[in-house]
Each structure stands twice: as C-alpha cells, then as structure tokens.
Design a protein around this ligand. Structure first.
Ligand SMILES: Cc1cc2nc3c(=O)[nH]c(=O)nc-3n(C[C@H](O)[C@H](O)[C@H](O)COP(=O)(O)OP(=O)(O)OC[C@H]3O[C@@H](n4cnc5c(N)ncnc54)[C@H](O)[C@@H]3O)c2cc1C
Length: 369
C-alpha cells in the first residue's frame, strides 16, 4: 500500500489545488499529464525494457483509486491509458508494435480506446465504422462517440468492421495515430461530472492506415474488446472507491469542525452512524475491487467478480457522495466546497464500461449458467 499512499500524496499535493479550476474549465493541463508520466503511473504494467514500471494490474487499480480520491477525471485518464489501451497492446500487440508503441506510451503519449458509436453503446458489437481493405492498407470511415482522453491522446485503439455481414466476427482493432489524414477529433462533450476528462467524437473520412496497424487478428477485435473491458471495469470500480473515500474524508473532516446546537455535528450519534455505515460500504467495495484485481493478476476467473465490484462500487460512490453533500448542509450544494463535484463525478460509474444493467446481465448469466 506504500505505492497507493505515495500516489495519493502526489495527488493531494499537486492535483488538489487544480481540481476546481479543471472542473470549471473542463480541461486538464498538459503539465499535469507530464507529471503523471514522470510519476510512472502511465506505464504501470509496461515492462522495464520498454521504459515502463514493470508492475502489476493491481498497481494500476491502486493508482486509479488514489488519484480518484482527489480527482476522478485524472483517475479515468490513467485508467483508460493503462487498463484498456496498454492492457490490449501488451496482450494483442506484435513484437514490432510493442517496440514502436510501449516506450512512448510509458513516457509521453496518451492513449484512448474507441469502441462506442451513436448507434452502438451497450450493444457495442453493432458498430458500423467500416474498415475496407485497399491494397496494403485499410480505409476507415465512420464516427465514434464518447471517447475518453480523445483531446489529449496521440494513439487510439479504434474498433471497426471489415465485413458488416459477418456481425461481430468482422470487428477488428486498429491502432490509429492522431494527425492521420482523414481522422479528426469532433465535438467535445459538456458533461455533468468528470468534466476535466475529455470526451469527444472521432470522425473517420477515408482515413487510410497500414495493414500493420491491425492490433491482434483481423476479425478478432471483439475478443480484444471483451477481454480488455472485462478487466477495465475493475479499474472503474477503483475509480469509484476513490471517489467514495474522497467524499468520506471530506465528510469526516467537516463534521468534526461544524458546530450546531453547541457541539460539533460529528458528536451526534445520528451523524456518527451515517459515517460508520458509509465507511463500512467503502471498505466492502474496496475489498471487492482488490479481490477482482488479484484474481486477474493470478490468472484466475474474475468475470463475475469484476462485474460485481463495478456495480457495487458505483452504487456506494453515489450513496457516499450524496451523504457527504447532506452532511455539508447548504455548503454541500455549492461549488466553493468539494463534495458537490464528487457527487456529480460519481454518476458516470453506473454508465461507462458497461451500464449497471449490463453488469447485472453478466452476473446473472454466470449465476444461471
Ligand atoms: C463520460 C463518458 C466517457 C466514455 N468513454 C468511452 C470511451 O473512452 N470509449 C468508448 O468506447 N466508450 C465510452 N463511453 C461510452 C459508454 O461506454 C456508453 O455510453 C455506455 O456503454 C452506454 O451506452 P449508451 O450510452 O449507448 O446507452 P444505451 O446502450 O442506449 O443504454 C441506455 C439504457 O438502456 C439500458 N439497456 C441497454 N440495453 C439493455 C439490456 N439489454 N438490458 C437492460 N437494459 C439495457 C442501459 O442499461 C441504459 O440504462 C463513454 C461514455 C461517457 C458518458
């Protein structure tokens, strides 16, 4: 836990002073992203021979939790970069792709993961972005929606179909560089929460990429997506326990200071019990997230545990941030105090990387199989 504590210390010292402005301006300064690279949290699982930290998935989860306790937008930037893109790259990339991309992903290049489209969210494999073979290249046409890190990213994993008639068996993952002709970043969403995390549309108009930009095998993109998202949602669980812990920290501090009826509000048993229940829920969610991450690192089955931890941690984050707003009273409702932001940030946990209904579907399928 030394690692988690040192990432938290960094976040507390270097990120906390920026949080409100980043939320208001819906931006993340490049200087902060550079510090994340220096800290070593942008290449956690990348082997040292490729300039990474050579650590485990569990370390990624700890980093995302520690950062999200201060700012969940920074947490998700690190999460998508590590648990989706680097994860997919390490497992499915060729040796030459590893040599070309892993050192830059560990050192300076931010990454994004583009699966969703306007017509395909929960039903992700109904995507319609096309990749047509042409000579030694593929030509991409279509639009992606909701892509985290799009504003900052240099490298994108883009899922497109080489054969719409083949259904999910046509889906193929491509590595696409920012600045490739025919590839533009579209509208940036104006969001309820995690506002400093960029979420943009991607537009492909006759965007030509070489055949060696295919990640994994042609027609196996669905496997790349399923496997990375199964693991990535543990990272979202970590983001959610970070948010919940952050809100609880604020609530504990505030209730020990604020006085009503002649004593601190923390001295009232009604308040104490609410805090105690919240702390218990955060600990339960944390153990579920850590358990899923450890199972993944131990190469044990973890599908159900991953779905459960994301489902539960996102509900806990919603409840605990809501309680924190209540305990701050009127101050909980204004931007001058930190908890209204965490309340807004928590909501996304029930939506991305599979909505709560989709997690329930996965759990039910395992239960009834
Ligand atoms: C801030 C943000 C960041 C994102 N980042 C990324 C990213 O980096 N990359 C990426 O590819 N995508 C990203 N997404 C997209 C995200 O994964 C999708 O929004 C999510 O999967 C839901 O898809 P949808 O929005 O189309 O909702 P829909 O699929 O239309 O769902 C709407 C509602 O219907 C319910 N529903 C749908 N199907 C079923 C069913 N079979 N049974 C029961 N209920 C069902 C859902 O649970 C939900 O409540 C992001 C989204 C947001 C908001």
């Amino acid at each position: 836990m030394l690692f988690r504590d040192s990432v938290y210390e960094f976040a507390d010292r270097d990120i906390r002073p920026l949080v409100r402005q980043m939320d208001e301006e819906a931006t993340m300064p490049r200087g902060l992203i550079d510090r994340l690279f220096e800290l070593g949290v942008m290449g956690i699982e990348i082997p040292e021979e490729f300039d990474g930290s050579g650590a485990t998935f569990f370390h990624s989860v700890l980093a995302v939790e520690a950062l999200s306790r201060v700012d969940p937008s920074v947490g998700v930037l690190v999460d998508v970069h590590n648990t989706l893109v680097i994860n997919a790259m390490m497992r499915w990339g060729s040796q030459s792709q590893h040599r070309a991309h892993l050192p830059r992903l560990a050192q300076h290049a931010v990454a994004a993961y583009a699966l969703s489209e306007a017509g395909s969210g929960s039903d992700a494999f109904a995507l319609s972005t096309r990749a047509e073979p042409r000579g030694t290249d593929y030509v991409l046409n279509g639009r992606k929606l909701w892509i985290t890190n799009a504003h900052e990213a240099d490298v994108f994993i883009v899922f497109a179909t080489v054969n719409p008639a083949a259904g999910y068996r046509g889906i193929t993952a491509f590595l696409v560089e920012r600045g490739t002709a025919g590839f533009t970043i579209g509208k940036k969403e104006d969001k309820l929460g995690i506002r400093a995390s960029s979420t943009c549309e991607l537009i492909f108009e006759d965007c030509t990429v070489a055949r060696d930009s295919v990640l994994g095998e042609v027609g196996k993109g669905y496997k790349v997506a399923i496997e990375t998202l199964n693991e990535g949602r543990i990272g979202i669980g970590a983001q959610m326990i970070g948010i919940a812990q952050g809100a609880l920290d604020h609530a504990v501090r505030y209730t020990k200071e604020r006085k009503q009826f002649g004593s601190t509000i923390a001295s009232f048993q009604g308040v104490q019990f609410q805090l105690a229940r919240a702390a218990t829920e955060v600990e339960a969610a944390r153990l579920m997230v850590y358990n899923a991450a450890r199972l993944r690192d131990a190469r044990q089955p973890f599908l159900q545990e991953a779905a459960m931890c994301k489902l539960f941690a996102s509900e806990v984050a919603e409840r605990v941030t809501s309680l924190a707003v209540n305990l701050f009273g009127g101050n909980g409702f204004v931007k001058e105090y930190p908890v209204e932001k965490l309340f807004r940030d928590a909501k996304i946990g029930q939506i991305y990387e599979g909505t709560s209904n989709l997690q329930l579907q996965t759990i039910a399928k395992q239960l009834l199989s």
